[in-house]
Design a protein around this ligand. Structure first.
Ligand SMILES: NC(=O)C1=CN([C@@H]2O[C@H](COP(=O)(O)OP(=O)(O)OC[C@H]3O[C@@H](n4cnc5c(N)ncnc54)[C@H](OP(=O)(O)O)[C@@H]3O)[C@@H](O)[C@H]2O)C=CC1
Ligand SMILES: O=C(CO)COP(=O)(O)O
Length: 320
């Protein structure tokens, strides 16, 4: 069975490489025909330098080969997902669609798997998420991820299909917990980066990560997800990775923000839009999300680091 992957960015390509190396045939689609031609010729993706694309990956800029696959991984940024599904949802109905992105859609206020469920109701909506840098997956380093899908039997099939000897998938039916964990950890990673970038210290970062996790639990449980999911790979696992590693783009963006330095605006930093979505959700649902709100205010220039820090530290003292 050929696995389709929409989006030949770092993550889509890394997943394709891992699956192809383990014997799966992969159709890797990108919208830019010139970039596809260049990758075909070089068997390398500039977004994932130093990794040779196995022969069993077929690159394509045409959509028909992608739509011929029964399982399609959607590895495009979270804010682009609803547009893609709006354009092509009719061609994707009945398939297993696995979101491979992390974020909350600013227009719809939904996580990636929920966006699939809403826009392509008769597809099997799933999400693949958890702690993993694309380069680690592509290098064949050991990685463990969460696959979430409402139906356990379908989830088990996807778990088998997408696991390899070095890419180990755990499954859950808690889509809400899994998709929100992945979305929120990026916002927390920006905050952690700001903390270090502004010279506030590693103790402050540990406090930020811990209170960030409390914030994640508050939102997830109020929206019907499970605290246990957040304690797993898609929540705590990815939170720890992204808040402590300079490989993370969200963390690096936060570092630059905290140090008042420029940052390349073409880099995919999912936490920026997601922070604004969460700020709005906090107001709409009356849920206390102080760190997400501060990150949204920082990234949109509504506040500065000094004021943001004061806002967090001057909150009333309370029970842990
Ligand atoms: N990189 C990583 O280590 C990991 C990333 N992820 C998640 O994967 C998702 C993708 O990130 P990543 O691959 O790193 O990002 P990249 O910036 O490397 O690539 C993004 C890809 O998406 C494509 N794209 C953007 N907008 C659209 C659109 N409207 N329609 C079709 N294709 C589009 C881009 O194409 P073009 O070049 O034409 O703009 C590009 O190929 C994110 O949600 C991220 O959080 C998850 C785990 C690890
Ligand atoms: O999600 C990731 C690791 O699990 C990648 O993080 P960044 O998008 O911050 O680089």
């Amino acid at each position: 069975m050929t696995i389709g992957i929409a989006g030949a960015g770092a993550f889509g390509t890394a997943l394709g490489v891992a699956l192809a190396r383990d014997g799966r045939a992969v159709q890797l689609w990108a919208r830019d025909a010139a970039a596809v031609a260049q990758m075909q010729a070089s068997r390398e993706n500039p977004r994932l330098p130093g990794v040779t694309l196995p022969d069993t990956i077929t690159l394509t800029a045409a959509l028909d080969p992608l739509f011929a696959c029964e399982t399609v991984l959607l590895a495009i940024p979270a804010q682009a997902l609803s547009g893609f599904l709006g354009d092509y949802g009719a061609r994707l109905s009945g398939k297993a669609l696995v979101a491979c992105c992390k974020g909350i859609d600013l227009g719809r206020m939904t996580g990636p798997a929920s966006t699939i469920r809403d826009l392509v109701p008769d597809a099997g909506a799933a999400i693949l998420t958890g702690p993993s840098f694309a380069t680690d997956i592509a290098r064949g380093l050991p990685t463990a991820l969460t696959i979430a899908c409402a139906d356990d039997a379908s989830c088990a099939l996807l778990q088998q299909l997408l696991s390899t000897p070095t890419l180990r998938l755990y499954r859950t039916t808690d889509i809400t917990g899994a998709e929100l964990g992945g979305a929120l950890k990026n916002v927390m990673a920006i905050a952690a980066g700001v903390t270090i970038g502004a010279g506030l210290g590693e103790s402050a970062r540990a406090a930020l990560i811990t209170r960030g996790f409390a914030e994640m639990q508050r939102l997830v449980t109020q929206l019907g997800g499970q605290a246990e999911t957040l304690a797993g790979l898609s929540g705590l696992g990815d939170l720890v990775l992204t808040c402590t590693s300079a490989q993370s783009r969200n963390y690096r963006y936060g570092l630059a923000l905290g140090a008042a330095q420029d940052f390349n605006t073409t880099t995919t930093v999912e936490g920026i839009a997601t922070a604004s979505a969460l700020r709005q959700l906090s107001l709409d649902l009356d849920i206390d999300l102080p760190i997400c709100t501060v990150v949204a205010d920082l990234t949109t220039g509504r506040t500065d680091v000094k004021t943001a820090l004061h806002a967090l530290l001057s909150r009333p003292l309370k029970e842990e």
